[in-house]
Design a protein around this ligand. Structure first.
Ligand SMILES: [Zn+2]
Length: 63
């Protein structure tokens, strides 16, 4: 499976319905607001949450 964040083909975990590798999860967990990578991971989480929310809408269409 391909990691949704780094795009590498690795063993991934399923987080909010998205495949994310252990390394990326550890990066996110260890990233502090004053790290250079903070904005990058913050955006990634926003994108992943976006997928999660849109998939929920597809599964449960409210019409
Ligand atoms: Zn990754």
């Amino acid at each position: 499976m391909y990691c949704k964040i780094c795009g590498k083909d690795k063993a991934v975990l399923n987080i909010l319905g998205q495949q994310i590798c252990k390394e990326c999860i550890e990066e996110i967990v260890e990233t502090s607001p004053w790290d250079e990578t903070y904005d990058y991971y913050k955006n990634m989480i926003r994108i992943i949450l976006g997928y999660y929310i849109s998939e929920k809408h597809l599964l449960n269409p409210v019409n």
